[in-house]
Design a protein around this ligand. Sequence first.
Ligand SMILES: [Cu+2]
Length: 105
Amino acid sequence: MASKNIAAILSLVISTSVMAETVEVGQKDKKFTQDSLDIKVGDTVKFTNNDAFFHNVFSLSDAEMFDLGSYPKGESRDVTFTTPGEVEVECAIHPEMKMTINVQE
Ligand SMILES: [Cu+2]
């Protein structure tokens, strides 16, 4: 009985550590569809452009520095976050576009 419980606990631990999620954030009407987002280390954010013009996605934050370049409507690019911390995400084309991603351990 005890060994069965241990096996159940082990499989739970293993499945939660492997279960990295992908969260979609859109860009619509010159805004990110979320102002802030809480994710966990290992999770991926998929940035999708829903506007009829180009958007860019980049971050200069220490926790995750990236530049996905510029891309048109219907396209998306992924970032996997590997370091805990606060990540400010911006669009180089529209400086007013900003969102914050909190990457938790
Ligand atoms: Cu933009």
